[in-house]
Write a protein that binds this ligand. Structure first.
Ligand SMILES: Nc1ncnc2c1ncn2[C@@H]1O[C@H](COP(=O)(O)OP(=O)(O)O)[C@@H](O)[C@H]1O
Ligand SMILES: [Mg+2]
Length: 272
């Protein structure tokens, strides 16, 4: 967290701390007897970009899904803008106590998946408009204007009437990002957004993500693209077998990794 110094009307200096948009404390998550997250803490302050890196199976997607409350967890806290998720029950029986709270939090956190997950039977514009109209109940004409704006922003404003199958993977992923933005979320969560793309298409999506970071969007990005993580992140977290093995600013994590595990991971993933 970044401490802020603010002055009130009497010119006294008050020290405050920004409340993170997403905060996870000591999170434990098991699938049956398999413990996948073994006490993880992660925080995404407003305007910050946090990248999650680690080998396949280390628990990155699970952590993101727990942050978005798509998965239950057995121990620890999930806080959204300082508001803790309320649970009932314990251990494998722990569940969110307040469905309305979960829906409210989830609609404020938009997720972008590796496989785009666009509706095949809807045009790109309809895909982007769907959730704000049906889930948030917003005015259709207003949502359409905003959907067109976001499609323009990601560079596919001319694809409004096309169906997903008519678009390249890079265009489909940019449509999925426009769809996420159209919910006007407090934070964006990306799970390997460029992994399904050919290298040249990957770059068009990387550019959009970099633009969003430059705008000061709050984001958590799971990525195998170390260059992207190094370029956009304020903070990088290296997950290993469900635990945070090392974390810090990208310069330190990529420039001077301390643990052997991170050194090994980076030498295996970063081209020489
Ligand atoms: N729905 C599930 N049921 C059972 N095991 C799962 C499920 N999802 C993930 N896992 C297991 O949890 C571990 C972490 O998976 P995941 O979070 O997808 O890792 P990553 O995204 O880092 O590759 C893996 O061992 C995986 O097999
Ligand atoms: Mg994953």
């Amino acid at each position: 967290m970044r401490p802020n110094v603010r002055r009130n009307n009497e010119k006294r200096i008050i020290l405050t701390t920004d409340i993170p948009v997403i905060e996870i404390r000591d999170l434990h998550k098991s699938y049956g007897s398999l413990e996948v997250l073994k006490g993880v803490d992660i925080s995404a302050p407003a305007g910050h970009v946090v990248s999650l890196i680690g080998s396949s199976g280390s628990g990155k997607s699970t952590l993101l899904r727990c942050a978005n409350l798509l998965e239950d967890s057995q121990q620890g806290d999930v806080l959204f803008c300082g508001e803790p998720v309320v649970w009932k029950g314990a251990g494998l029986n722990r569940r969110p106590a307040d469905r309305a709270q979960i829906t409210r939090i989830r609609t404020n956190l938009s997720m972008v998946f590796q496989q785009f997950n666009l509706w095949a039977h809807m045009t790109i514009l309809q895909n982007v408009m769907e959730a704000p109209v049906t889930v948030l109940g917003r005015d259709k004409a207003e949502v359409e204007a905003s959907a067109r704006k976001y499609l323009d922003k990601v560079g596919i404003g001319d694809k409004c009437d096309a169906y997903p199958a008519m678009l390249s993977g890079g265009q489909q992923q940019r449509a999925a990002i426009a769809r996420a933005l159209c919910m006007e979320p407090k934070a964006l969560l990306f799970d390997e957004p460029t992994s399904a793309l050919d290298p040249e298409l990957e770059q068009e999506v990387v550019k959009v993500i970099k633009d969003l970071a430059a705008e000061g969007r709050t984001m958590i990005i799971v990525t195998h693209d170390m260059r992207l993580a190094a370029d956009v992140s304020d903070h990088v977290v290296f997950l290993h077998m469900g635990k945070i093995e090392e974390e810090g600013p990208p310069e330190t994590l990529f420039g001077a990794p301390k643990t052997e595990r991170l050194q090994g991971f980076l030498s295996a993933t970063v081209p020489a």
